[in-house]
Design a protein around this ligand. Structure first.
Ligand SMILES: *[C@@H]1O[C@H](CO)[C@@H](O)[C@H](O)[C@H]1NC(C)=O
Ligand SMILES: *[C@@H]1O[C@H](CO)[C@@H](O)[C@H](O)[C@H]1NC(C)=O
Ligand SMILES: *[C@@H]1O[C@H](CO)[C@@H](O)[C@H](O)[C@H]1NC(C)=O
Ligand SMILES: *[C@@H]1O[C@H](CO)[C@@H](O)[C@H](O)[C@H]1NC(C)=O
Ligand SMILES: *[C@@H]1O[C@H](CO)[C@@H](O)[C@H](O)[C@H]1NC(C)=O
Length: 841
């Protein structure tokens, strides 16, 4: 007689429990008697259920791979692929331990991939094990490590994994990209650490270098501002006899973050966002033109904040003047005066530079800058020197003995470049003595500004394409020994650590800062609320935007959006410093920008005369860069929806910064167009399809950009435009002149001197053409911002003739309940209304 098991019996439950535990305990190891087949769906799981090893295919592909992915995260990322270049072509694969190796067999039992360990006194049986950090180990019965997947990375660097050289065993760990996002086989891009005297890493496209990180300066790689962006990720760079490696640890629990080289050749940090249930790209490189290896040739440096990205280091001049004018800096620069090599040379201090390529360097970590300088002077081959480590005020010495190449002027550290005495200017000696005395420096600065303005008034402006006005100190070539670059670096230490957690500022603190939201502190008023100027207790000057209480947005949505916007970091976007949700109010705290909004300059009778063409061109370029960043950066696409002159703020150097994301919409990567029931935005800047049908996309921002561009050139408002020639608005006015070949007649006559240069005239006409292209009636005809950047940046790219602009900016039939619709007019009339209906999200 058979007994029926009693399911409620305690022993039975205990038995199940044991079985259950046994299952999980053994699940992370894999012994010689086991096998893993595709069809069984069996996988190996790490002890805490974080990682999973098994076979996978992508989509419905018939290629099968053995790989590792996060079990704990619903969206799969394959962090390691064993047989990336030897896939199984049918779903009959098997993983086994065979001859003390981990081997994948295909349907006819042929090995397609093996760990390939040979020799040695391996004690059978061998066991494979998947750890919680995603490493697969192969150990023998003496617990000796035979093999580990961490030594054979695919495209991903996991926490605790090392990139770089193991000198003891003579191998290099590199990351190699997938071929495409769907094909794990070896792609063209690789990331590897080079073991020169002063190691740095490269991203290569096949054999050619695409990007160089700059050397490790004790805190991060010289150019990679982003590597230490997040406080909870601790980087470890080790250079010793045994190894030259780079790795990181995450010292906050339950954060999953990886570095990977994607198939387009970008090294990126992806972090799992639990709230959003998605992987978010928090950082990537290369970021811009200046990150391209050697883009400015020898002795040139790249600065993305100047019109022409390439500049010559002080004391050097362009090798090929003509190519340089065409914005091709790759020929580089040459010395104005040869070095004497008799101890009479000196040094120019370049601030905040990405250190040059370190292929020919000598490093001495024991000496400081002073001895370093002497050593450089004694060595005729020495071209530059710098601190090897920037921690604690700087220590160690690096000497460059070859050409200086691939530097850029953002982030980084001081670099001292050797120059002949003649190229240093006679102020050198005085200047050096003054370094300690800030008073002396300020006097010098004051004098230089006075001289600068004096000269400017006296002389007619020369063709100054090369000189970025944003930094007037820089244009004073002979006055200062130091070349001040990137004084507008906007990343401060404190916000690096708060990358994920935006500071919440208390209501009381803001009330105090703004003098109880006093009228005198008001900077402006928009549909969304009032903006106040304030000063925090620590002296920091801020702009506080107090959203009107009517705002229908919920607190959670508001916070999500604010967090996202806080993460946008670009020189041409206003920085959000914090926010406040308290006492039923929502407030946003921004950096304060000295020169307020663009419209206050552009449309002001007296102030507009300070905006010469060069400044206007810089502003146009800056806005374009900011908008490009919004449209194309990272996984989400942000449509601003309310770009206009009053939403572009100017800092003290007149660098434009896009502000007011109150209406911005965040798009998924795939999403390109959306429809809204309520049209928000400002008439005059709205594209026809948005104003009429509520359809918005990147192209509606491009339209607004085009209007703004034409406003900047003409100095006239589109909205409220009036002239006797019965043009409907600025766009039709510009269009009429353009068609008649009289484009230059629309240009703001103030301060634009055509006679000085035909080059500039071309530039202006080109800008008008670009503006007209952006405001074309049909969204599909308008260029995307990346094309706009290309067109703005090069005088040689051919650009098409614009078609008719969409200048019928009528009212949307959908927002009849708007409170401001009293001034309803028919289509194609001048419309002065700013619509500020809050979009219910
Ligand atoms: C394996 O998983 C797939 C998809 O999850 C499923 O269709 C298939 O039936 C499973 N096979 C076995 C043997 O469990
Ligand atoms: C491959 O798998 C199919 C079904 O999964 C099975 O019928 C066939 O026999 C297998 N082939 C080999 C060589 O094992
Ligand atoms: C193992 O060795 C074979 C033959 O030398 C080679 O084709 C294969 O790529 C090696 N596998 C690995 C994982 O290195
Ligand atoms: C950095 O890595 C080295 C070797 O890889 C290791 O010895 C050292 O303990 C690590 N340091 C930290 C702080 O993790
Ligand atoms: C300078 O460089 C040349 C050629 O590269 C080399 O022959 C010479 O030894 C170097 N001089 C010093 C002092 O290092």
């Amino acid at each position: 007689m058979r007994s029926v098991p009693n399911y409620h019996h305690p022993y039975f439950i205990f038995f199940i429990l044991i079985l259950f535990l046994a299952f999980f305990v053994s699940a992370n190891t894999f012994s010689a008697t086991e096998s893993l087949t595709i069809s069984s769906n069996k996988t190996i799981i790490s002890p805490s259920q974080i990682f999973e090893l098994g076979f996978f295919n992508i989509a419905t592909s018939s290629r099968w791979y053995l790989g590792i992915w996060y079990k704990i995260i619903p969206i799969r990322i394959y962090v390691w692929v064993a047989n990336r270049d030897n896939p199984l072509f049918s779903s009959n694969g098997t993983l086994k331990i065979s001859n003390n190796n981990l081997v994948i067999f295909d349907q006819s039992d042929r090995p397609v991939w093996s760990t390939n360990i040979t020799g040695g006194d391996v004690r059978s049986p061998v066991v494979a094990e998947l750890l919680d950090n995603g490493n697969v180990l192969l150990r023998d019965s003496n617990n000796r490590l035979l093999w580990q997947s961490f030594d054979f990375p695919t495209d991903t660097l996991l926490e605790e994994m090392k990139l770089g050289w193991d000198h003891k065993n003579g191998f290099n760990r590199i990351l190699r990209s997938w071929k495409t996002t769907e094909d794990p086989s070896s792609g063209d891009f690789s990331t590897k650490l080079e073991t020169s005297e002063f190691p740095e890493f490269y991203i290569c496209n096949r054999e050619s270098i695409r990007y160089r990180s700059g050397p490790w300066n004790g805190i991060g790689f010289s150019s990679v501002a982003g590597t230490n962006q997040v406080g909870y990720i601790v980087y470890n760079f080790t250079a010793s006899k045994e190894e030259v490696t780079y790795s990181y640890r995450i010292n906050k629990p339950n954060i999953y973050s990886i570095l990977s080289l994607n198939s387009a050749g970008f090294l990126q940090r992806l972090t799992w966002m639990d709230a959003a249930q998605s992987w978010k790209q928090l950082w990537y490189t290369p970021k811009d033109l200046c990150d391209n290896y050697k883009v400015c040739g020898n002795y040139g440096y790249c600065d993305s904040n100047t019109i022409r990205n390439c500049n010559c280091i002080k004391g050097f001049k362009p090798m090929n003047e003509q190519a340089w004018d065409l914005r091709d800096g790759s020929a580089g620069c040459m010395r104005k005066t040869r070095l004497s090599c008799e101890g009479r040379d000196g040094f120019a201090r370049l601030k905040r530079m990405k250190l040059p390529d370190t292929t020919s360097t000598i490093v001495d970590r024991e000496i400081g800058l002073k001895v370093c300088k002497e050593r450089c002077l004694k060595d005729c081959n020495c071209t530059a020197f710098a601190n090897a480590d920037i921690r604690n005020g700087g220590s160690g010495c690096v000497i460059w003995t070859g050409e200086i190449l691939d530097t850029r002027a953002e982030g980084g550290q001081d670099l001292y470049v050797r120059l002949a005495a003649a190229d240093l200017g006679d102020k050198r000696i005085k200047n050096e003595k003054m370094i300690g005395s800030s008073i002396g420096m300020s006097i010098l600065l004051l004098i230089s500004f006075i001289i600068f303005h004096f000269r400017k008034r006296k002389q007619k402006r020369s063709i100054a394409i090369q000189t970025p006005i944003v930094d007037q100190v820089r244009s004073q070539d002979s006055l200062m020994n130091e070349v001040v670059v990137s004084s507008r670096s906007y990343k401060s230490k404190e916000n690096k650590t708060e990358y994920l957690d935006l500071p919440l500022i208390e209501w009381e603190a803001l009330a105090m800062a703004t003098n109880n939201f006093s009228k005198d502190n008001t900077l402006g008023q928009g549909g969304f609320g009032i903006v106040y100027k304030g000063r925090l207790l620590d002296g920091k000057v801020i702009a506080v935007k107090r959203l009107s209480k009517m705002s229908s947005q919920g607190t959670n949505e508001f916070m999500n959006e604010v967090r996202l916007i806080a993460k946008l970091q670009h020189i041409n976007l206003v920085r959000l410093l914090g926010c406040c949700v308290d006492k039923g109010e929502k407030m946003l705290i921004y950096e304060f920008l000295e020169n307020l909004s663009l419209d206050s300059h552009l449309f002001d009778k007296t102030r507009r005369s300070n905006l010469n063409w060069q400044k206007r061109f810089d502003i146009i370029n800056g806005i374009a860069r900011g908008l490009l960043y919004l449209h194309q950066d990272s996984r989400c696409r942000i449509i601003h929806r309310d770009l206009k002159a009053s939403n572009v703020l100017l800092d003290k150097n007149m660098t434009p910064k896009i502000s007011d994301f109150g209406m911005a919409r965040i798009f998924g990567r795939e999403e390109t167009e959306a429809n809204t029931r309520r049209v928000v935005g400002t008439y005059g800047y709205m594209s026809p399809e948005y104003a009429m049908d509520g359809i918005f996309s990147m192209k509606s921002d491009v339209f607004s950009f085009g209007v703004l561009l034409l406003e900047i050139i003409s100095g006239k408002r589109n909205k409220g435009f009036y002239n006797s020639n019965r043009d409907l608005n600025l766009l039709s006015f510009v269009w009429r002149h353009w068609k008649e070949g009289k484009g230059l007649e629309i240009v703001d006559p103030i301060n634009i001197d055509f006679s000085s240069s035909t080059l500039r005239t071309h530039e202006i006409l080109r800008c008008i053409q670009i503006g007209l292209l952006c405001v074309q009636e049909r969204a599909e005809d308008r260029p995307v911002m990346s094309s706009v950047m290309v067109m703005l940046g090069s005088e040689t790219t051919a650009i098409t003739q614009p078609k008719r602009p969409g200048f019928c900016i009528g009212r949307s039939p959908l927002e009849a309940d708007s409170t401001s619709s009293t001034q309803r007019g028919d289509e194609c009339t001048v419309n002065q209304i700013t619509v500020s209906v809050i979009d219910a999200r």
